[in-house]
Design a protein around this ligand. Structure first.
Ligand SMILES: NC(=O)c1ccc[n+]([C@@H]2O[C@H](COP(=O)([O-])OP(=O)(O)OC[C@H]3O[C@@H](n4cnc5c(N)ncnc54)[C@H](OP(=O)(O)O)[C@@H]3O)[C@@H](O)[C@H]2O)c1
Length: 301
């Protein structure tokens, strides 16, 4: 691989922050960029950041992630999730550096009834999933050396996510209703970041191999529902003295949202284990670490 730092985009996001923190801890040279300096709504900033950084590799953690708001902001979602990554991939091809691009379980409709493998047909249910799927195709069709990592249900001690929302909600009310008929794998941003940096280290050691090209599924191990995830969050929170709410399981139909979510978006991560010898920790272990970190910070608002 070429010399140069890792360029991390989406510096203010859950994954971008986790990547930068861990790259620092592991003494991996990196530059983390965010808006306004790096903005997919102003594509000239993308070229400028790449030129100024002269990276050895780019990790794209920048994305439009507001699933429901994407329905009424399709242009902006496509700019961030398709056009921006396409530009980034074109620059990676020109500079002959690899791109690690992050995508989502929401490219699937959740109807398979079993964990999805990478070769399964995509069928996004909403604008967010469709824009991310278009981004995957743009990146993989760019001619750049590219790894697309699909992940799911990302949460972390920093940023807006389900764990923080649940803890805050429980402080306001003793009774919550949580959807119990959507299955998936909560994934800690810090665990995904660790896996991405392990991939970077492997690329540096092995050079690029053709088997690295393409889509990989990368979530924490195991599965649950949003209801099961909420219960696990409150199990840990109770250990830290938080009052435990009652959590009533409800059906998706009882919690209408502007975008339909996949009912079962579990991702089979065997390919990641086979090609990169990597398995992310169990989601319960991740929940324990992240909730403990949230509660050791200032009180969430
Ligand atoms: N969150 C999830 O549950 C989830 C699930 C599956 C897959 N993923 C994927 O995982 C990746 C990381 O997600 P995350 O949870 O870390 O997201 P996040 O916390 O919402 O962070 C998104 C980042 O992207 C930046 N961004 C948004 N629009 C941009 C634009 N037009 N130009 C440049 N930067 C822009 C944001 O910057 P600002 O702070 O300036 O807005 C922020 O730094 C994304 O590819 C996402 O699609 C996430």
């Amino acid at each position: 691989m070429k010399p140069g730092p890792i360029l991390i985009t989406g510096a203010t996001g859950q994954l971008g922050m986790a990547l930068a923190l861990q790259a620092s801890a592991r003494e991996l040279a990196h530059v983390a960029v965010g808006r306004p300096d790096f903005d997919f709504d102003a594509l000239d900033t993308v070229g400028r950041c790449v030129a100024a950084t002269a990276p050895s590799l780019i990790v794209n953690a920048a994305a439009w992630t507001a699933v429901d708001a994407a329905e009424t902001n399709a242009d902006a979602a496509y700019r961030a999730n398709r056009d921006g990554p396409e530009e980034l991939a074109a620059l990676c091809r020109i500079h002959e550096i690899p791109l690690i691009h992050v995508s989502t379980d929401y490219v699937f409709d959740g109807e398979k009834g079993a964990p999805y493998v990478e070769a399964d047909p995509v069928a996004p249910l909403g604008v967010y999933g469709a824009s991310k799927e278009a981004g995957e195709r743009a990146v993989l069709g760019s001619g750049a050396d590219a790894i697309v990592l699909r992940t799911a249900w990302v949460f972390s001690a920093r940023g807006k996510n389900f764990a923080r929302t649940m803890i805050n909600a429980a402080r306001r009310t003793g009774a919550l209703k949580v959807v119990a008929d959507q299955r998936g794998a909560p994934t800690a941003a810090e665990d995904l970041a660790g896996a991405i940096l392990d991939i970077v280290v492997k690329l540096r050691r092995n050079g690029w191999r053709t088997e690295y090209q393409g889509v990989f599924h990368a979530t924490n191990t195991g599965e649950t529902t949003w209801h099961g995830f909420a219960e696990a969050i409150f199990d840990v929170a109770a250990l830290h003295g938080e009052a435990r709410p009652t959590v009533t399981p409800i059906a998706t139909a009882d919690w209408p949202t502007p975008t339909k979510r996949p009912a079962d978006s579990r991702l089979d991560c065997t390919k990641l284990a086979t090609i990169f010898q990597m398995t992310l920790p169990d989601w319960r272990d991740a929940t324990h670490r992240v909730v403990t970190a949230i509660l050791s910070q200032d009180r969430p608002t």
